[in-house]
Design a protein around this ligand. Structure first.
Ligand SMILES: Nc1ncnc2c1ncn2[C@@H]1O[C@H](COP(=O)(O)OP(=O)(O)O)[C@@H](O)[C@H]1O
Ligand SMILES: CC(=O)N[C@@H](CCC(=O)OP(=O)(O)O)C(=O)O
Length: 257
């Protein structure tokens, strides 16, 4: 029997600020018999490398238009430096972790969203979980860079929030948490602790939820199901209180405790 799966998406905005208690909390999860899986972003690191190389990029609806030269940088940064830095930090806290990208073991199969508008940006069509299951047997925490591969072997750039949601769905995760650089969903600078699906939709419509928060909330809404009744958005830099970080919980039904 596989342990209950907890998928944590660590945003590029927060990777360098992750608190010691975040890593201690992760170790505590393992000690409680849970199997953490990490999917990470790396938007700011990609941006800075593209600037150093003087390669221009543009965004459409929060997604980076990915030409071939951009893709080379995205893969180098995400599957290379960001992934390995995170694995090293986890291991320094006694969490046995191994890094992989969505190409390894055919983990994230994808197809282009729109070659014309977005270039090599992929949407996940299938998650091949074999390689993850092999790591689970050894109690290793997979650390996944959101690079996908299509049937022809072409590599794609996948938004890390949507990659995390696809992984959570495929693994029938018990918990999905988006770890980011804000305390949760804010309205007029105040944290909203709980939201229903319809309240989220209203906050998207009135522009309260915008930019980088949009793919997180959309991914959360797409992932809620009978098994996964709630999704959390939390700040990775905050000190945890008894393994628990306050943030926003998006609930399928507000009656769920
Ligand atoms: N209602 C909101 N509450 C909080 N943050 C929001 C909201 N709407 C948009 N944001 C933005 O979303 C950002 C988080 O998304 P992003 O920068 O993509 O982070 P990550 O790298 O963690 O995915 C916040 O820093 C904030 O600028
Ligand atoms: C298609 C697309 O936009 N991909 C993202 C992948 C990284 C990511 O999602 O990183 P964050 O979680 O830090 O935002 C990008 O190129 O920036």
């Amino acid at each position: 029997m596989t342990r209950p799966i907890v998928v944590l998406k660590c945003g590029g905005s927060t990777l360098e600020q992750l608190s010691d208690s975040f890593f201690e909390g992760l170790r505590a999860l393992q000690e409680q018999g849970k199997q953490p899986v990490i999917v990470h972003g790396g938007g700011p690191d990609i941006q800075s490398m593209l600037q150093q190389l003087d390669i221009k990029t543009e965004f459409h609806d929060g997604l980076r238009k990915t030409t071939e030269p951009v893709m080379n940088v995205v893969e180098m940064v995400l599957a290379g430096s960001v992934n390995k830095r995170l694995v090293t930090r986890l291991r320094s806290f006694g969490v046995d972790a191994a890094g992989l990208s969505g190409c390894d073991g055919g983990l994230l199969e994808c197809k282009p969203i729109s070659l014309e508008t977005l270039g090599l940006v992929g949407e996940v069509t299938h998650v091949t979980t074999n390689v993850l299951e092999a790591l689970f047997l050894k109690g290793i925490v997979p650390v996944i860079a959101p690079i996908g591969v299509d049937k022809e072997g072409v590599h794609y750039n996948i938004n890390a929030d949507t990659a995390a949601a696809a992984v959570a769905n495929a693994l029938h995760a018990e918990q999905l948490m988006f770890v980011t650089d804000v305390p949760g969903i804010l309205k007029d600078d105040k944290l909203i602790q709980e939201l229903s699906i319809s309240e989220c939709e209203a906050l998207i419509s009135d522009g309260t939820i915008y930019g980088g928060m949009l793919p997180k909330v959309r991914a959360a809404l797409a992932t809620l199901n009978d098994r996964l009744q709630q999704v959390a958005i939390v700040n990775g830099a905050m000190k945890q209180n008894n393994g628990c970080i306050r943030g926003t919980t998006i609930k399928r039904s507000l009656e769920v405790v």
